[in-house]
Design a protein around this ligand. Structure first.
Ligand code: DP6
Length: 327
């Protein structure tokens, strides 16, 4: 029996990963940059044993079917290959989210599984190797190896595509992110399918790639200068460009709902009234508002005029992946 357990925190991309050039290896079309947050995390334990006759995956206490086990099974296979064993595994994963609203994320889930496999099979992976390994479960997971800001350098091969921490002089500790949860129902188009459809059909995809290249440089410069407005402007624009690619794909689609627009408009209004806040959105309708930590209560209170307390989650910068004791 080989046991391992790890905890990883969710990261939110400020400059988005949107599109793969290699589906199997999960090599991205563009580099991305994220902030790891403290409010959402996953704890995962894995046991490999000769006594198991199949791989089983329990999420929040419930045994998952084949569809939800795919990403997990892929990482387990890679871990077995690397360790030179062929034992089946049982995986227990628990998502910790501050409200009943869901918001589970594959970034923390697959990073935690990568860490648990690394411990269980004593793979002794370095952070870079662990990031590469997690990437093959879900692209965004490669950034959750680190706390604070991380950059996933796209690279051009399995060896060269991984995330690294972004030097920030701890500026992330002065920031906050407020999640506006406008819809907790399962999304209709997964990020995996949405980005693939966009790569294949969106008229704007090449322009997205050009823009993402420039945006990541601008974002890194803003972080180095601790310039909140410069960072805010580029992350909001980058998110809007990503979402524009979906409207120009065939068939067209959008992750936005009327409530997403309501939240975006609220951010515009607050900014016009002199508040420091910018939004970003991923492959779903929820809106995430980046603001300085010192202003977060004021902005939270302002958002509460439009959204209920259950819909709002205040998060701060989170830590990198941690190994946990197995029971
Ligand atoms: C919009 O990492 O979930 O959140 O690699 O197919 O598992 P797979 O996709 P995933 O995509 C995340 C897309 C995004 C932007 C981002 O996190 O960079």
């Amino acid at each position: 029996m080989h046991n391992g357990k790890a905890r990883a925190f969710t990261n939110i991309a400020l400059i988005k990963y949107w599109g793969k050039k290699d589906q199997q290896l999960i090599l991205p079309m563009n580099s991305s940059l994220s902030l790891t947050l403290d409010a959402f995390y996953t704890e995962t334990s894995v046991s490999f044993s000769k006594n198991y006759t199949e791989d089983l995956f329990y999420l929040d206490g419930r045994l998952q079917g084949e569809k939800n086990t795919q990403k997990v099974a892929r990482l387990l296979n890679l871990a077995r290959k690397q360790a030179g064993i062929n034992e089946h595994a049982v995986v227990y994963s628990q998502n910790f989210v501050p409200t009943a609203a869901g918001l589970a994320s594959s970034s923390s889930g697959l990073a935690a599984l990568a860490g648990a496999c690394n411990d269980a099979l004593e793979l002794n992976l370095s952070s870079t190797e662990l990031s590469r390994f997690a990437r093959k479960g879900s692209g965004s997971a490669c950034r959750s190896i680190y706390g604070g800001f991380a950059e996933w350098q796209k690279g051009d091969s399995d060896q060269t595509s991984y995330a690294l921490p972004v030097e920030s002089n701890h500026w992330e500790d002065d920031l906050a992110m407020i999640f506006v949860i406008v819809n907790d129902k399962a999304k209709k188009i997964s990020s995996r399918n949405g980005m693939q459809q966009t790569v294949e059909t969106s008229l704007y995809y090449n322009d997205w790639l050009k823009a993402a290249e420039t945006d990541i440089k601008t974002a890194k410069k803003a972080i180095a200068n601790q310039d909140f407005h410069a960072l805010g402007e580029v992350i909001e624009a980058n998110c809007l460009k990503m979402h524009a690619t979906t409207l120009a794909s065939t068939p067209p689609f959008s992750y936005w709902t009327p409530d997403s627009l309501k939240a975006m408009n609220k951010v515009y209004e607050m900014r016009q009234a002199g508040q420091n806040c910018y939004f970003t959105m991923d492959a779903g309708p929820n809106v995430k508002v980046l603001c300085p930590k010192k202003d977060s209560q004021k902005i939270y209170d302002e958002l509460q005029k439009e959204f209920s307390e259950q819909q709002l989650v205040l998060a701060h910068a989170g830590k990198g992946i941690e190994s946990l004791e197995t029971e």
